[in-house]
Design a protein around this ligand. Structure first.
Ligand SMILES: *Cc1c(COP(=O)(O)O)cnc(C)c1O
Length: 338
């Protein structure tokens, strides 16, 4: 099977497994796991923040960021396809006591002007006050879209003059940095809280982090424990993350090149394929062509797994476990089906 459903399907490499086996560990609920502490310090520095906290999932990292930045009864502004509003099963509402209001962004691309006009000031005694603006970079359902740095800088400049805090869902921020050459820090320092995932394109089996000020991360540590996310000798997992930071960031460029080649092949047989900026291809199937669900099933029967993410939309993601030959075979299968 050639699995292009997601970059979460990657399995730890032999080198990563060795690093995990050899990791020094301690009880991380006591703050005594040296490998976790090293990972947290390293990621905080990479993102331009004081501190970071290791979490089991990106959803928890996002929820900790939002909870620490937004007070109960405030709203989080995000785009209508954002992971925090679409793909975390309503956690912000169920656990965070905040509401969301969304903007529409073609391909998930962020434009500061759209958002700034929506915000409700702190002085409001009638409309729900805006606590947080959440931005996703790269944008998953938008098709791996890299957010324009100048628009993010406009948002940050505006936020500094208002009471609104900023959260970055940076599950694939690594991909944005590799695609543009912009440093992780240049993106990270614009936001009050930043989440990143080690278990997507970086290939770790599990693990994410949320970064921010020391105060924010102290609060995140309390809430992680309350939510049942305190972990013990978890240095075995943090070691996979450290290994991924050493070995799997620069190679994301290969995933991007493979996604571009796959998209080029698909564009020969179906209209409306936009060239991916990173490792995700989102295909809206036109009228008169194959039905998305049928295409997913037929591809599966021929050894290629792709995701159905909407009634007319499929997603393909390149990653560590698919090489040039696998992508070429997948392109052959999909092109024949189209
Ligand atoms: C995968 C992902 C997350 C986190 O997902 P988990 O499965 O909870 O680790 C968050 N945001 C985006 C954009 C993602 O793609």
């Amino acid at each position: 099977m050639i699995d292009l459903r997601s970059d979460t399907v990657t399995r730890p490499t032999a080198g990563m497994r060795r690093a995990m086996a050899e990791a020094e560990v301690g009880d991380d609920v006591y703050g005594e796991d040296p490998t976790v502490l090293a990972l947290q310090e390293r990621v905080a520095a990479m993102l331009g923040h004081e501190a970071a906290l290791f979490t089991p999932t990106g959803s928890m990292a996002n929820q900790l960021g939002l909870r620490l930045l937004a007070r109960p009864g405030e709203e989080v502004l995000c785009d209508s396809q954002a992971h925090v509003v679409r793909a975390e099963l309503g956690a912000h509402a169920a656990f965070g006591s905040v509401t969301t209001r969304t903007w529409n962004a073609p391909d998930g691309a962020f434009a500061a002007a759209d958002v700034i006009g929506m915000a409700v000031p702190e002085s409001s005694t009638h409309l729900v006050r805006t606590g947080v603006v959440a931005v996703e970079n790269t944008h998953n359902f938008g098709g791996g879209t890299v957010q324009p740095l100048d628009e993010l800088e406009k948002l940050a400049a505006w936020a500094r003059e208002s009471s609104v805090r900023l959260h970055l869902d940076g599950a694939r921020l690594w991909n944005a940095a590799v695609a543009t050459g912009t440093s992780l820090e240049a993106y990270g320092r614009l936001f009050d809280a930043v989440s990143v995932c080690l278990s997507k394109g970086l290939g770790a089996p599990v693990g994410s982090l949320v970064a921010g000020s020391s105060d924010l991360v102290t609060g995140a540590r309390w809430w992680r424990k309350r939510l049942g996310g305190g972990m013990r000798q978890v240095g075995v997992l943090a070691a996979a993350g450290l290994y991924a930071l050493d070995h799997h960031i620069d190679r994301l460029a290969e995933d991007h090149a493979r996604a571009a080649e796959l998209a080029r092949r698909l564009a020969e047989v179906t209209p409306g394929v936009s060239m991916p900026q990173t490792n995700i291809i989102v295909l809206d199937l036109p009228d008169g062509g194959p039905v998305a669900a049928d295409l997913v099933t037929a591809a599966h029967d021929r050894g290629v797994l792709v995701s159905l993410i909407g009634p007319r939309t499929i997603r393909l993601v390149t990653h560590l476990d698919v090489d040039d030959a696998a992508c070429a075979r997948a392109a052959d299968v999909l092109c024949r089906l189209f």
